[in-house]
Design a protein around this ligand. Structure first.
Ligand SMILES: [Fe+2]
Length: 736
């Protein structure tokens, strides 16, 4: 089905009995676009891409009323006089890089755009389609440089019947964007009827068949079956995510590429990944993306690149010392010639093109992280480790300990004893015996990072890969009297295997040399787990992946004029293109994510496991997520209706301000009350205020999780940000 774009209320009629009125008997129009070579395939805008045949848009006006009038209206029309119809088509000029380059579309219009009126009736004698009425549209002068207007005149013969469709054929060798067509029918007796047809968001839902082409605007669903590349190499085969019980997953936009030979359920990977035309980057966004992404992608790729360049046979040479890591920031990395970076072709081909066009700096300097600039050794300290669970880049994993002893929900027959090795006595010793574990739990003073059940089933699989390792982990924190968290213990677990019994060990801070190094190693493992959780679950799954089906659904079900569509559109914009880039280069087999994170080829599988276990639509909102993790409980008397378990939880405190501001604005908008504009102005003003509140909090010395020597101001939730990767803005909103 297509989305109707005709606004019936603007269908003005000056008389109710003229033949011109009967020509526009339809009360609604739907639009589709088809290619002459493939009449059944429906695409979406009046346009033609280079080297292809002309494209035709079919504006179908055959509504039920028109169909019902078949026969009757034919006889009416037979008696009616010829009708003169003027069509005015508006083409938007600014869309499309071709237009932006050098060609003035106005110069090219002569016999380049044809319009054909199609009757909704068949010929009574032959039973075949009636002849169409065709006319070329001519460019008319106007002062608006962002649109071009064409006009065409038709003499519609008597007996034509109600208008059923308009076929728009673009003969140009460039894309054009048809915004609307306004038809005015006059019968020469002073009667006229206007039929405005809005075309600028014609889309099709798709029926799960056909290969999509770059200029399609078809929104259809598919599973993640294009991450692997089984035809090129068995090692690059990946399971299908979505549509099966083992690996449930959100849907992605269907591209319809041919099936793989070795695994017909997988899709082959070739060329640019299709997204509907409206989801493509604008030329400005494309340029910005390439300029700003070259550096960051190269930085992500350089550790792999260095290894590759040092020794093509060994992909994962470790850094020999911290000193070498420091050198990345101080001296930078000498980039090899572009020709030597050809291996990046498989990862970032467009970036490579960009490098070729740019007189590249030979040295790639890594930007020193701001926190390292402030305090080079902060990351070594337990206090900073704990603080970052509340005010770091992944404040989504910390949760309240609600029962003790800690227990796994996994099958003990497979994974070993369910009960954790972290004992009450061990924790009480680390708490310096100020209270018992029981008291600490009842006072909500114990918290944890629980990466046990999620990772444990993958430990042996990941360990069987080269150059990586994995454990399940649990990390316990104590909320001290000054409102900060103290690290108490880390448990690492390797489950039983057919050849080995379960191994697990609890590590604690220590002044003993060996134990203190083991403690640091244990922290490093948890850091790796947390980084994986952030990238694979918090970022990819919750921010990018889980949003895509909503974008597809909104486009399939809602008119572009629908208020909810308009509300959501700025938030959806570019997400599908970014996700498609991710599927092709980042999360794909041997892509940057697999190269950079410990689970390697199991990275995306793990995000599917997390989707299965953790993702729930009604729990993804910030307040619900805080309650789910025990970090807040509902309290109607408290600000935002929530009482936080940790008073100074910067992510929650700042996030709830934003949440409330958005909620107030959206409620007013959805209610469609008369004060929508005032509500929006209030929303914008509130966000400005919130920025001030956040700045104020960052100067409050009492808030030790966000303020102090060597601590960067907590700005993750600041609503306004300069462009680029600034570490500010609203989490779970997709910009890149
Ligand atoms: Fe992102």
């Amino acid at each position: 089905m297509l989305r109707p774009q005709l606004n019936p209320s603007s269908h003005t009629t000056t008389t109710s009995s003229s033949s011109s009125t009967q020509l526009f008997a339809s009360s609604s129009c739907i639009a589709s676009l088809r290619r002459p070579s493939s009449p059944s395939s429906v695409v979406a805008a009046a346009r033609r891409t280079r080297g292809q045949g002309s494209s035709r848009v079919v504006v179908v006006c055959a509504s039920s009323s028109a169909t019902a009038s078949r026969g009757d209206s034919s006889s009416d029309m037979a008696a009616a006089a010829a009708v003169r119809v003027k069509a005015v088509a508006t083409i938007k000029v600014t869309v499309g890089e071709l237009i932006n380059r050098s060609i003035d579309i106005r110069d090219l219009i002569g016999r380049s755009l044809s319009l054909e009126l199609v009757s909704s009736e068949l010929d009574a004698k032959t039973g075949k389609e009636k002849a169409t009425v065709r006319s070329y549209a001519h460019n008319v002068d106007d002062d608006d440089h962002s649109v071009v207007t064409y006009e065409a005149d038709f003499d519609v013969p008597s007996g034509f019947g109600p208008l059923g469709a308009i076929i728009v054929t673009n003969e140009l060798r460039q894309e054009m964007f048809l915004e609307d067509i306004n038809l005015t029918a006059s019968d020469g007796a002073g009667n006229s009827t206007v039929l405005p047809i809005r075309c600028n968001s014609w889309q099709k839902r798709g029926d799960g068949t056909g290969e999509r082409e770059a200029d399609d605007r078809v929104y259809d669903y598919d599973v993640y079956n294009d991450l692997g590349n089984p035809d090129s190499n068995g090692d690059l085969a990946r399971p299908i995510l979505g549509g099966n019980k083992q690996f449930p997953y959100p849907r992605r936009c269907r591209t319809g590429r041919p099936p793989s030979k070795k695994d017909p359920k997988s899709e082959t990977r070739k060329g640019n990944v299709y997204v509907p035309r409206d989801e493509e980057f604008s030329p400005e966004k494309e340029d910005y993306f390439l300029r700003k992404t070259v550096g960051s992608v190269l930085q992500a790729a350089v550790p792999a690149a260095q290894s590759l360049l040092l020794d093509k046979l060994k992909w994962n040479l470790p850094f020999p010392s911290f000193f070498v890591i420091d050198k990345l920031f101080e001296d930078g990395v000498e980039l090899p010639g572009v020709d030597k970076l050809n291996f990046l072709e498989s990862v970032v081909p467009r970036l490579l093109e960009h490098l070729r066009d740019t007189p590249a700096e030979k040295i790639l300097r890594f930007e020193t992280p701001a926190n390292i600039q402030k305090d080079k050794f902060a990351w070594l300290r337990d206090e900073e480790f704990a603080r970052e669970t509340l005010a770091g880049i992944n404040p989504y994993a910390i949760e309240l300990v609600r029962e003790f002893p800690l227990k796994s929900k996994l099958d003990p027959a497979v994974y070993g004893p369910a009960e954790s090795a972290i004992t009450a006595d061990l924790l009480e010793e680390q708490m310096r015996r100020v209270m018992t574990v029981e008291e600490a739990i009842s006072q909500k003073r114990l918290f944890m990072l629980d990466f046990h059940d999620l990772f444990l089933p993958y430990v042996h699989k990941i360990r069987s890969l080269d150059h990586t390792t994995m454990y399940g982990s649990r990390t316990i924190f104590f909320l001290t009297d000054d409102g900060t968290l103290r690290l108490l213990a880390i448990e690492l677990t390797r489950p039983a295997s057919p050849s080995q019994p379960q191994w697990r060990q609890v590590f604690t801070p220590s002044t003993d040399t060996t134990k203190s190094w083991l403690w640091r190693m244990a922290k490093a493992h948890v850091r790796a787990h947390d980084a994986g959780h952030h990238e694979l679950i918090t970022h990819w799954l919750r921010t990018h992946c889980a949003v895509e089906p909503y974008i597809i659904a909104a486009n399939r079900q809602l008119s572009e004029m629908h208020p909810i569509y308009q509300l959501l559109h700025p938030h959806f914009r570019y997400t599908m293109r970014i996700n498609a880039l991710a599927r092709s280069r980042l999360i794909s087999a041997a892509g940057i994510i697999e190269l950079s994170f410990s689970p390697q080829k199991y990275s995306m599988e793990l995000s599917s496991v997390a989707y299965d276990k953790l993702w729930r639509f009604d729990m993804e909102a910030l307040p619900a997520d805080l309650v789910r993790r025990g970090m807040a409980e509902e309290d109607p008397t408290a600000e935002h209706g929530l009482r936080l378990a940790i008073e100074d939880y910067p992510f929650a405190n700042d996030g709830l301000l934003i949440w409330d501001a958005i909620k107030t604005w959206v409620q007013a908008y959805v209610a469609r009350d008369a004060a929508v504009q005032a509500a929006y102005d209030g929303f914008a003003a509130r966000l400005k205020e919130i920025e001030g509140v956040i700045d104020g909090r960052n100067k409050d010395r009492k808030l030790k999780n966000r303020c102090g020597a060597g601590i960067l101001p907590y700005q993750l939730m600041k609503p306004f940000s300069d462009s680029g990767v600034t570490g500010m803005g609203i989490p779970n909103s997709t910009s890149i």
